[in-house]
Design a binder for this molecule. Structure first.
Ligand SMILES: Nc1ncnc2c1ncn2[C@@H]1O[C@H](COP(=O)(O)OP(=O)(O)OP(=O)(O)O)[C@@H](O)[C@H]1O
Length: 735
């Protein structure tokens, strides 16, 4: 819809007014900032003056005075931080104070009100809102409605009325570049422009073009737990991060970023997403990976295999002698059947006879076996095993203490009476040594009956399992090396027996790439964070590990209370051009049902070569050509680390390229060689799928990995192979 000159002028005037007000508030903040800085310097000066002459006689007084200075400095530091955050906010706003406007005629009111929507609220001195934060209740209409009937939820209830105008702005460095009225969705022009651009850095905020189905997830607080399924590029990670920003805004007096944790696939990904929240004016939440948490929780007793080493084994270990048996183990230990086995084992272990004995110290009955049984099976029954045993130990030690003290004094007196000592310290030490010796057997007994040995418990589980699983597992466990597939059940047992640290400070948990966690891992998430709100976002078609994945969301439905949990399906993809999306979807066996933004680009290229070296040469040419065309990020996606190392060796002296092959590598921009399973979640302007021959991608199990690799591309997708093309792409070629 055209905007007439009068409207343009009015809008220009509004922008000028907003910028003026922002500038005024910025200057005010800078003033405060200077004042706080000077105050802090003054406090420091005063402190040195006053404490400069420290003397022993007035020591206590000086400590009190010192503490006073420390408190003052802490206060000044806090104020300084607040002003710094506000300064950054105003500086951001001076560049682009708002991006949207809605005119809303509330039922019962005389006329429509204008609402300008931006990254943050801005009020003038009369407390009138000049700009509404995109997370404010009224702003939701910008994302949810077209012109016509509209409404929003707020503290007062549902507000209804008519949306009479919806306008979008592109303001750059404080200048209005363009504006347009959109009667339809926020799709169209602005979205096209944003998606058409190249990507040259980490992930970016999408606040100006959030789509309605995405907004439903971002603001959803109806359910405690959300499971969000969406195709590649549908914005799941973006949604997760905007949801965090929304929650931090909505509950700003109750939660801080420290109350939110996001579990993502690896550190590369954590690094890749780390700019979004700061762009939205918020500090980053806690970031972790399941592996990181698990390795910390299992401690240093074992050598623990990394997730990606297991992946590499799955993809490259076919020739190793124990490949089949290990895969069988991985499958079994990730199965629903094994969860039942584990649960039964927990029950059995808790009920097992622990052979409690009377605790006696020098003929005194400290506590009888009967009493211990009473504690174990009755009084403390509500506690999980480990906590129960800890409580029993505390109780026995408490009862033992007076006897121990009495005996220690007796020994001490006796030693003095011998007359062979002159030094009191010497007697005390000797008495302590004797009492340690005398109580040794009691402590040993206490240790025996309250012993909690996770490895032992885990080993016992296999006693009655089929020989192939049992023998392989026990052999591995003997070497003190934990395969990844054994770490997860051990962690589960640890949790089930109450040996997890408290996590109550975590109020919201986000699990990204949710398809790559097994049902057992979800049991663990629930053990850890059952009290919190959990949002899980994933794409079943991107399960990169053929054996360890969620399989189907029904497999975890029973873990989360049904009336508190909702599954939401996203339907549209945003990342890739139509051609790439169509191409990638055809790799899947499903009926092709692609919804995407209508952005057209080059058709993906599929080319066969006689040998790998020819592919390398071609890749090198591609890199130079696409760089010249202005593409900033190029991903050479291999199947394995081994393959990535090979291509990297070829390229590294010929062009500027980096290899990301370890999960804790730092994300970098530019041209990357990366295995597919590490590239998940990332995106590139240009993707080269390196050697999609029938040797590399041979079986059904590779289908989703190949799909994941192809869907990383925004604009260009080239697939090269040696030998015959993978049968997984045959359908595309035939068509
Ligand atoms: N509403 C939107 N407006 C603009 N860009 C968007 C929007 N939604 C998603 N995108 C862009 O689409 C791309 C994919 O988003 P994102 O990585 O969040 O999707 P995803 O579903 O997590 O992808 P995948 O599962 O394939 O890793 C990103 O470049 C993101 O900025």
């Amino acid at each position: 819809m055209n905007i007439n000159d009068f409207e343009w002028k009015t809008e220009d005037q509004w922008l000028e007014l907003v910028l003026k007000e922002t500038q005024r508030q910025l200057e005010e903040e800078l003033d405060y900032k200077d004042r706080f800085k000077n105050d802090a310097l003054e406090t420091q000066r005063e402190m040195w003056e006053e404490l400069g002459s420290v003397s022993i006689t007035n020591g206590l007084e000086q400590i009190v005075s010192f503490m006073g200075f420390v408190d003052r400095m802490k206060y000044q530091k806090r104020n300084h931080e607040v002003t710094r955050t506000l300064q950054e906010k105003y500086e951001r706003m001076l560049k682009a104070p708002y991006f949207g406007r809605i005119d809303f005629h509330e039922n019962g009111e005389e006329k429509a009100e204008k609402y300008y929507i931006g990254m943050s609220n801005l009020m003038n001195e009369d407390y009138d809102f000049l700009i509404y934060d995109w997370r404010a209740p009224v702003s939701s209409m910008f994302y949810d409605y077209e012109i016509g009937k509209a409404g929003y939820q707020c503290a007062e209830g549902t507000i209804e009325g008519d949306l009479t105008l919806k306008r979008q702005y592109k303001i750059n460095e404080g200048k209005m570049e363009y504006m347009f009225d959109s009667n339809l969705k926020i799709d169209d022009e602005m979205l096209q422009e944003i998606l058409g651009k190249g990507t040259d850095s980490k992930m970016k905020a999408i606040v100006t073009t959030i789509q309605r189905e995405q907004n439903r997830v971002i603001r959803n607080e109806e359910y405690k737990n959300l499971i969000v399924q969406g195709p590649a590029g549908s914005g799941k990670t973006s949604i997760a991060l905007h949801r965090i920003a929304y929650l931090l805004y909505k509950h700003r007096d109750k939660i801080t970023p420290k109350n939110i944790v996001i579990f993502s696939p690896n550190q590369i990904f954590n690094d890749y997403i780390s700019n979004v929240l700061p762009q939205l004016g918020e500090d980053n939440m806690l970031q972790s990976t399941f592996k990181e948490y698990m390795h910390k929780a299992l401690g240093n007793r074992f050598i623990k295999e990394d997730y990606y080493d297991m992946m590499e084994f799955i993809f490259t270990g076919k020739k190793s002698f124990d490949y089949k048996i290990r895969i069988k183990n991985i499958k079994y230990k990730s199965s629903l059947e094994f969860i039942d086995v584990l649960k039964r084992h927990v029950e059995k272990t808790e009920k097992a006879d622990r052979n409690f004995k009377d605790i006696i110290f020098r003929d005194n009955l400290i506590v009888s076996s009967k009493e211990i049984e009473e504690l174990y099976y009755k009084d403390y029954i509500r506690f999980p095993l480990k906590r129960r045993l800890d409580k029993i130990r505390e109780r026995i030690l408490f009862l033992l203490k007076p006897y121990e003290e009495e005996r220690k004094n007796e020994i001490y007196e006796n030693l003095w009476d011998t007359g062979s000592f002159v030094d009191e310290m010497e007697v005390k030490e000797k008495a302590a040594a004797l009492i340690t010796e005398e109580t040794k057997y009691v402590y040993e007994e206490i240790r025996r009956i309250t012993k909690f040995d996770l490895l032992d418990i885990y080993k016992k589980l296999f006693k009655k399992l089929e020989p192939e699983i049992k023998n392989y597992t026990l052999r591995k466990l003997q070497s003190n090396f934990l395969n990844y597939e054994d770490q997860v059940p051990m962690l589960y047992l640890k949790g089930a027996f109450g040996d997890f640290p408290k996590t109550t400070e975590i109020k919201y948990v986000i699990i990204d790439e949710a398809q790559d966690h097994t049902p057992l891992q979800y049991e663990i998430f629930y053990q850890l964070f059952g009290h919190a709100n959990i949002t899980m976002l994933g794409d079943l078609n991107q399960s990169i590990n053929p054996y360890m994945n969620v399989g189907n969301y029904n497999n975890i439905a029973h873990i989360f209370p049904q009336d508190n949990t909702c599954i939401i399906n996203l339907t549209k993809s945003y990342r890739s051009t139509m051609e790439i999306t169509e191409f990638s979807r055809r790799i899947l066996d499903d009926e092709v049902n692609a919804q995407y933004v209508e952005r057209s680009g080059e058709k993906p290229i599929v080319l066969g070569y006689s040998q790998e070296n020819s592919i390398n040469e071609r890749v090198l040419k591609d890199i130079e050509m696409y760089k010249e065309k202005g593409y900033k990020s190029i991903g050479i996606i291999t199947r394995t680390v081994k393959e990535a190392d090979g291509v990297y060796s070829f390229l590294k002296d010929k062009t500027e390229v980096k290899a990301l092959t370890k999960e804790d590598d730092e994300y970098v921009n530019g041209t990357l060689v990366i295995p597919a399973y590490l590239a998940k979640g990332l995106e590139f302007d240009v993707v080269v799928v390196y050697n999609a021959g029938n040797v590399n991608y041979s079986s059904e199990e590779d289908r989703l990995l190949l799909y994941t690799a192809c869907t990383r591309a925004l604009h260009i997708l080239n697939v090269y192979y040696t030998g015959c093309l993978t049968p997984l792409m045959e359908r595309i070629i035939q068509d």
